[in-house]
Design a protein around this ligand. Structure first.
Ligand code: NAP
Length: 290
């Protein structure tokens, strides 16, 4: 009798996690199926309750449930608590435990695929939503020297900056955190001294209202900076194409997607994730092979 892991979110039509997670499970010949469980907000509580069944091992959680799921779980790991979002649920005996592997996936891809060491570096973060939070806490923990957060809705950027500053003060780190207006993205001065630019918005994402758009123009991107776009479909994104033309180094979001999924895989199965197989399958699916 197979066991099951699910992806909980809405909509899920374009998700590629089921493909590369199944490839990893099949690599180990595990009798486990990874399925997409498309779930609207009214059905969230019911689907979480079903995770307590003995044939369920856990789930990934994606937009729009990463925050709403917290009160439905029995325990939350420290990092997920700090970020305020859960993207992985593991059933251990009769307990549902919540984790956040986005921060780990972001850093693993940055180190291993981007060959970038954040300590002492200056970063500009576009966006202040769920994934931006994970990225900012990860960069603070890695001792980045400064973060500039730029978000369309200024109050959201300020709230994230405030929670980062409290955390920095509490643990005695020195990262400087500031916010800038969305309009400042049209000025080259915003990026003059930075080493890393990260797009944590949905701009450029396939099937979104901003499909085909780049949040930054060629003129503002300094050459030599690393531009990391967390949007993974299309791959490369319009931002990465512009960044290449500007002479910047680039890193796509597909690597992070696979690394965060690999960390979840390890939590569910206790096995070392077959990263090459997962990355290959993810690139095949994004390229149109299902
Ligand atoms: P979210 O919480 O909904 O946040 C969305 C962000 O995008 C907010 O900062 C929002 O600004 C901004 N935004 C949306 N439309 C905009 C527009 N037209 N102009 C300017 N800003 C706009 O979503 P999320 O979970 O953080 O995800 C953000 C992106 O990261 C998505 O594309 C997602 O696929 C990607 N992601 C990738 C990975 C990976 O592994 N590669 C993991 C997680 C997420 P406001 O605050 O003003 O609304």
């Amino acid at each position: 009798m197979p066991k099951f892991i699910g992806l909980i979110g809405y909509p899920l039509k374009h998700s590629i996690s089921p493909y590369f997670q199944q490839a990893a499970l099949d690599y180990y010949h595990l009798d486990i199926r990874y399925e997409a469980w498309e779930t609207g907000p009214q059905k969230l509580e019911a689907i979480i309750a079903k995770l307590r069944e003995s044939r369920k091992l856990g789930a990934n959680v994606t937009v729009p449930h990463k925050e709403a799921v917290l009160p439905l779980l029995d325990g939350i790991d420290d990092l997920a608590n700090l970020i305020g979002a859960v993207n992985t649920i593991v059933r251990r005996d009769d307990k549902l435990l919540g984790f956040n592997t986005d921060a780990d996936g972001f850093l693993q891809a940055l180190h291993k695929e981007g060959h970038f060491e954040p300590e002492g570096k200056r970063a500009v973060i576009l966006g202040a939503g769920g994934v931006a939070k994970a990225v900012c806490f990860a960069l603070v923990q890695e001792k980045a020297s400064s973060l500039i957060i730029v978000n369309r809705t200024p109050a959201r950027a300020r709230a994230l900056a405030d929670s980062l500053r409290s955390y920095i003060a509490k643990i005695g780190l020195k990262t400087e955190v500031t916010t800038l207006s969305w309009q400042s993205l049209t000025s080259g001065g915003t990026f003059g001294r930075c080493h890393l630019i990260i797009n944590c918005t949905t701009i450029g994402m396939k099937y979104s209202p901003q499909e085909g758009q780049s949040p930054l123009s060629l003129a503002v991107i300094p050459s030599g900076v690393l531009v990391y776009d967390l949007v993974y479909n299309p791959c490369p994104t319009p931002l990465l194409l512009v960044a290449e033309k500007a002479g910047a180094n680039t890193l796509d979001g597909l690597a992070m997607l696979v690394y965060q999924g690999a960390a979840s895989f390890e939590l569910w199965t206790g096995r070392e994730p077959p990263l090459d197989i997962m990355l290959k399958r993810a690139r095949e699916v994004i390229g149109g092979e299902r």
